[in-house]
Structure formats: structure tokens, C-alpha cells
Design a protein. Structure first.
Length: 218
């Protein structure tokens, strides 16, 4: 009995303070992450917090532009979202009619990478769409532009909040949207942790994506 209790305690400690598994539930982070991916999230990346009350115990590092982060949805903290951090507190983020992102008036570098090839490429919203490599801070990652409306605008990030976008730029409900089910600006206390690695994918529609298991999340 004692051994079982110790194992349970160890699992709780790991899930509360170190790593927690999450499943990707949507297409919003394609082509970086796919619906059906299981990932590990580092819960200590931005500081150790008490479970439930989320009080910060030990600060570690500040979130960086380009980090892929799991956060609790501000309108409904029981729901977890995963997006890429684009704007830090005080930043001004804008998106123009060509899907070019600007941070504080400076264009975020994009390098074209040809048409999308991968899971769901036969769906109309992804068939032949363009992709690019984007450089956000230290992160160089791929993004894609689904056959949907471009969401343009300019947003000033409040103090103590962050601005997130999905890598699937035209098919992501992110900080560009505000409403009863949209993230809007995300408070610092809602950050859960940094997505670090893919450990499984069981989406059999395109066959298990074995080649991606163990990949670091860029």
C-alpha cells in the first residue's frame, strides 16, 4: 500500500510541477502540430506554481517570443489552448492583408517554403496552400495560410498579458479574436507551460505519424 501511495504522489508531483501530457485537439497549430499529437509540456519553464490556486512559488524564466505555450483560456480557465507567443507585454502587434505580421512596427521575417504537403492536404482549406518559415525571436518555424479569410488588425498588448497566434494563420482562434469563447489577451497567471516535445500520434486517418515521435517542438 505504501508503495502505491508513493507512486501516486510521485505522479502528482511530476504532473503538477514538472511535465504534463496534452493532446492537440485542433488544426490551429499546423504544420507544427497536428490534431491527434500528444505532447509534453514543461510546467516549470516559466516558474513553479501551486496546483489549483496557481500561486507563483519560484520564478524561472520569462516567456520568449516564438515559444509554443499551453495556457488556460481566459473566458473559461477549465479549457486549455496551445498557441505560439507573438506579443509580449507592451508590444504592438499587427497583421496586414498579405498575412505579414509586424511587432512594434518591424516585419517578422518570412521565407516562402512552397505549397503545403501533409495530413489533410486533400481538404479544400489546405489544398495547395502556401507555407513559409517565420523567425520569431530565436525560433525558426513553419507556418501555413489556409484558404480562409485573413484576420487583419492592430493590437496593443496590455501590461501583464501576452498575445498568441496559431501557426495555421487563417484557421486559428487566437488573440486576434475577443469574445465569450476567444482568448483575447492572455494574463500571465494563465500560462501553463512550454510545449517541448511530441511523444505520440494516433490519428489513423493519415496513418500514425511515427516519424514525428520524439521531435522537439520548434
Amino acid at each position: 500500500m505504501l508503495t502505491i501511495l508513493l507512486i501516486i504522489l510521485l505522479v502528482l508531483v511530476i504532473r503538477s510541477f514538472i511535465f504534463e501530457p496534452f493532446r492537440i485537439p485542433s488544426d490551429s497549430m499546423m504544420p507544427t502540430l497536428f490534431d491527434g499529437d500528444f505532447i509534453f509540456v514543461s510546467k516549470y519553464s516559466y516558474g513553479l506554481r501551486l496546483p489549483v490556486v496557481k500561486t507563483l512559488l519560484v520564478p524561472t524564466r520569462e516567456p520568449q517570443r516564438g515559444d509554443v505555450i499551453v495556457f488556460r483560456l481566459p473566458p473559461n480557465p477549465k479549457v486549455n489552448y496551445i498557441k505560439r507567443l507573438v506579443g509580449l507585454p507592451g508590444d504592438t502587434v499587427s497583421v496586414d492583408e498579405h498575412n505579414q505580421v509586424y511587432v512594434n512596427g518591424v516585419a517578422v521575417p518570412q521565407q516562402p517554403d512552397g505549397p503545403y504537403r501533409g495530413p489533410k492536404e486533400d481538404k479544400w482549406e489546405y489544398a495547395g496552400v502556401r507555407t513559409a518559415y517565420e523567425q520569431l525571436g530565436q525560433h525558426r518555424h513553419r507556418i501555413m495560410f489556409a484558404n480562409k479569410m485573413i484576420t487583419t488588425g492592430e493590437w496593443k498588448v496590455p501590461a501583464g498579458h501576452y498575445f498568441f497566434m496559431g501557426d495555421n494563420r487563417n484557421n486559428s482562434e487566437d488573440s486576434r479574436f475577443d469574445g465569450p469563447s476567444a482568448p483575447g489577451f492572455v494574463p500571465a497567471q494563465n500560462l501553463v507551460g512550454k510545449a517541448v516535445r511530441i511523444w505520440l500520434n494516433l490519428d489513423t486517418r493519415d496513418g500514425p505519424l511515427w516519424r514525428r515521435i520524439g521531435n522537439a517542438i520548434q
